[in-house]
Ligand binder design. Structure first.
Ligand SMILES: [Zn+2]
Length: 178
């Protein structure tokens, strides 16, 4: 499967090369290969609380992600846009939405990390190239984490009155509470 990565937003484009990134509009002549991103970027981690760490790509690419200790194992809320083999292994990735699934295929392949995505998102163009182990249709528990999937389609901005996800400022489909 051919893969190109947008340097504007971190979107992974599988088997397609549009003139511009469908998410942020960056022209295709700037797209990178996965190998280029692994050389150019790294994933930096900082602590938020005793159970939560924040992961960002440096130089900045894509969205911030969070590592949460569930008491049973470790999960990420969303996934960095690039693969960095030097960071700590994680057991599962829980996606808040399908738009920035990042390098989850590589983490899954190298670490055996399980990927969770709301079933409503699995058929979407941006999700199609990513392997999903668990197509989620309802709330579930993982260790001490309670993972809440809001019923509905699409994006973050539709859910403005709910609690925040693991102390990040984003309101999203998954709400994880230790
Ligand atoms: Zn983009």
């Amino acid at each position: 499967m051919k893969l190109l990565i947008c340097p504007g937003c971190g979107q992974h484009l599988f088997d397609e090369e549009p003139d511009r990134c469908p998410l942020c509009g960056t022209p295709s002549n700037r797209f990178m290969t996965a190998e280029e991103t692994e050389q150019r970027y790294r994933v930096a981690t900082s602590r938020v609380t005793a159970q939560v760490q924040r992961l960002i790509v440096e130089p900045k690419l894509g969205i911030a992600c969070y590592r949460v200790e569930s008491g049973q194992d470790s999960v990420w809320i969303d996934c960095p846009a690039v693969f960095d083999r030097d960071i700590e292994r994680v057991d599962a990735i829980l996606f808040t939405h399908r738009d920035f699934m990042g390098a989850c295929n590589r983490y899954r392949e190298v670490w055996g990390t399980e990927v969770y995505l709301n079933d409503l998102d699995t058929g979407h163009r941006f999700a199609r190239g990513h392997f999903v182990d668990h197509k989620v249709r309802g709330d579930f528990k993982r260790g001490r984490l309670r993972v809440i999937t809001s019923v509905g389609i699409r994006m973050v901005s539709r859910y403005t009155s709910t609690t925040t996800c693991c102390s990040c400022a984003t309101t999203c489909w998954w709400k994880a509470r230790a």
